[in-house]
Design a protein around this ligand. Structure first.
Ligand SMILES: Nc1ncnc2c1ncn2[C@@H]1O[C@H](COP(=O)(O)OP(=O)(O)O)[C@@H](O)[C@H]1O
Ligand SMILES: [Mg+2]
Length: 344
């Protein structure tokens, strides 16, 4: 059956709505191609499903002089750097040296997608700083977490001088156009099946996260199950592994919700100050003097055991004795989702 136009990887579709972003990226390549090449560095920012990778792919198809790396699977800066030139050396300084040598010859634009997944962004930024100084090749970074640049040293910030390209959340009308574009690619007998009310519901729902991926997933779900009612869209939403995150958060009571927001806030604050990437009960107590110690402890347990949003670990204090609880978010995905609900 030809449901291919609904698949996520289906890539012959036109790019809608992202013309200015596309042009900003193209300019990087054009300027670098010029006789007197100028390197501009970009950071593409937008929520999951905002069309960042899709737009980038459109540009890459036109400009072969690029190296594209996704940090989704390689999460350490060393692994990412070694992918650039495919050299395989252990020692960091040699690796960087080899990579720079390689890049000087290659003269390509370096693209790193899913930057938000990198575990040691500070190190990566440091390496990119060196690479840029030594080679002058343009660098394009892609992330759904704008906060990541906070982990960059001043020096790297000043050298790389990243220009921000914003991919705003899609609204329901835009999502509708994106879906209609796909539906038009389907054979008549199939495209006819989708009800207008259902399509509107899909787009309204997906617009809450602003994600084209989400809208297309729901649309595809209807076709896969051959069911096109509003109820079925509701069922599909429930089935999604993590359900709709905002709805999930709404299902908490107010105390829990505010507590979670505070956790996220305190965590961001610590990162911004360049402190540890975990919280302690004391951090939380300082932020919420209105809560009794035992209440905080109870809320932490709920967040960990009932909602699986955080993980905690007891750490010995050392000589002074005693222990404290190290609190961090379960994984990057949780943080990304929280960022969408409680933007910094
Ligand atoms: N502007 C657009 N025009 C057409 N299709 C789009 C557009 N934006 C997103 N899509 C579709 O949505 C999917 C998810 O977008 P993607 O670029 O992967 O999001 P991101 O990289 O921002 O998380 C893409 O595979 C593509 O099929
Ligand atoms: Mg992407």
């Amino acid at each position: 059956m030809s449901m291919k136009p609904l698949m996520d990887g289906f890539n012959t579709n036109d790019l809608l709505f992202r013309k200015t972003q596309l042009e900003s990226i193209e300019k990087v390549f054009e300027r670098y191609r010029a006789e007197d090449p100028i390197a501009t560095n970009l950071i593409l920012i937008g929520v999951t499903g905002a069309g960042k990778t899709f737009t980038m792919e459109k540009v890459m198809a036109q400009y072969p002089e690029h190296i594209y790396i996704s940090a989704a699977t390689r999460k350490r800066s060393n692994q990412i750097i070694s992918l650039i030139s495919s050299v395989n050396v252990r020692k960091t300084d040699i690796l960087l040296e080899q990579t720079i040598k390689f890049l000087k010859k290659e003269k390509k634009v370096l693209i790193i997608d899913e930057l938000n997944r990198v575990e040691d962004p500070k190190d990566l930024f440091g390496d990119l700083n060196t690479i840029f100084r030594e080679t002058g090749i343009p660098i394009i970074l892609i992330t759904n977490n704008p906060l990541i640049v906070n982990s960059m040293e001043e020096d790297a910030k000043n050298t790389l001088f990243l220009k921000r390209v914003i991919f705003a959340r899609y609204n329901a009308l835009e999502l509708r156009d994106l879906c209609l574009q796909r539906l038009r690619e389907l054979p008549e007998d199939l495209s006819r099946k989708m009800e207008d009310g259902t399509l509107r519901f899909i787009c309204a729902t997906a617009a809450r996260s602003g994600s084209a991926r989400k809208a297309l997933n729901l649309l595809r779900g209807c076709y896969t199950d051959d069911k096109f009612s509003l109820d079925h869209v509701g069922i599909l939403m429930d089935q999604e592994e993590c359900i709709d995150f905002e709805t999930f958060i709404q299902s908490m009571n107010e105390t829990q919700r505010i507590f979670l927001r505070d956790l996220k806030e305190q965590y961001d604050l610590k990162l911004r100050r360049g402190e540890e990437d975990f919280l302690t009960s004391q951090d939380i107590q300082n932020a919420r003097p209105d809560l009794h110690k035992s209440k905080i402890s109870q809320l932490i347990t709920e967040m960990e055991e009932k909602y699986c949003l955080i993980k905690t670990e007891w750490v010995e204090k050392g000589r002074g004795g005693g222990r404290y609880r190290k609190i961090s978010f379960s994984n990057q995905e949780v943080l990304d989702k929280l960022e969408e609900v409680f933007p910094a």
